[in-house]
Design a protein around this ligand. Structure first.
Ligand code: GUN
Length: 296
């Protein structure tokens, strides 16, 4: 079998188009322009690229982007004071603090100081608790993007066996919660899981979010299963730098029914979902109906 390629780049463009349409309507009907504040502390090159892309796409869908670039030596008190200001600013509907933060800053404390209603990353402890108890929350962007692609490909996910490899707070754990919310039978696997390949072969939906290049090979895939590859790893091969996922693409694609490529799969969906979350937060803050198909 050769897997169908799930085109995350095209899907993300469609999501951004839907967000832009809603934003235009919010402006025309209510005079509202959603605003997203992104806070970057320090000069981590990868983070600078992400933050630049976020700002650009925010403006492209008609929202206001507020970028706050702070020195790497910024004190916790100064960062908390900025977040407090953003929490109180009615023009700001979404706040994202780019991770990782420099080591002298307590990430948990910083994230939990964001107003949960503006926490468009869904990392605040309140949103984590709401998601875990099946209540309305802000949902982390990467797993939300994976869920949207899975729903689009399969329709209902009810009764499917899902295995999530990876237990991070950003992807693995919220992904498992979302799949459970869609009535999958969910297993979370990780580096200590025994017989990992066998566990993965029980999956109708296999989500690879381990952060290890090409670790999931075709032997881990049940024939016809859907493989969602969350990994983005830079490796050197044949003297060139190459981007690869956590799944070994060729061997997995030979067995799977559908697969997301790297690049062009899950990656583009993350920012699209950040914009969707900012729109959702704006609607909720103003007592307006939420956009359909753009939330969990
Ligand atoms: N760093 C890597 N991924 C993310 C993300 O989804 N949100 C934030 N805030 N930082 C990140």
């Amino acid at each position: 079998m050769t897997a169908k390629v799930i085109d995350g780049k095209a899907f993300a463009a469609k999501v951004r188009g839907q967000v832009a349409e809603h934003v235009a309507k919010l402006k025309a009907d209510h005079g509202l322009v959603p605003g997203l504040a992104v806070v970057l502390v320090g000069e981590d090159p990868a983070s600078q690229v992400y933050v630049g892309a976020k700002g650009k796409q925010t403006v492209e869908v008609g929202m206001n982007s507020y970028e706050h670039k702070l020195d790497a030596a910024t004190s916790e008190a100064d960062l908390l004071a900025l977040i407090d200001k953003l929490n109180k600013d009615p023009k700001v509907n979404g706040i994202l603090v780019q991770l990782p933060l420099p080591a002298h800053l307590n990430s948990d404390l910083v994230i939990n100081s964001i107003d949960p209603a503006k926490d468009v990353d869904g990392f605040h402890i309140s949103n984590v608790g709401l998601l875990g108890t099946g209540q309305k929350s802000m949902v982390p962007c990467t797993p939300l993007g994976c869920l949207m692609m899975l729903r689009d490909h399969h329709g209902s996910l009810a009764g499917m066996n899902a295995v999530v490899v990876g237990r991070s707070n950003i992807v693995g754990k919220p992904m498992a919660q979302l799949l459970l919310g869609d009535s999958c039978t969910v297993t979370i696997a990780h580096s200590k899981t025994r017989n990992l390949a066998e566990v993965c072969r029980s999956a109708d939906i296999l989500v690879a979010a381990v952060g290890r290049p090409e670790m999931i090979t075709g032997e881990f895939v049940k024939p016809g299963a859907t493989v969602i590859d969350v990994g983005i790893n830079r490796i050197e091969r044949d003297g060139k730098t190459k981007l690869v996922g956590d799944a070994h693409y060729e061997s997995c694609a030979a067995v799977a029914g559908a697969i997301t490529p790297v690049p062009g799969g899950v990656g583009p969906m993350t920012i699209a979902c950040l914009l969707a979350n900012t729109l959702t937060a704006t609607c909720r803050a103003n007592g307006l109906p939420e956009p359909k198909g753009l939330t969990a």
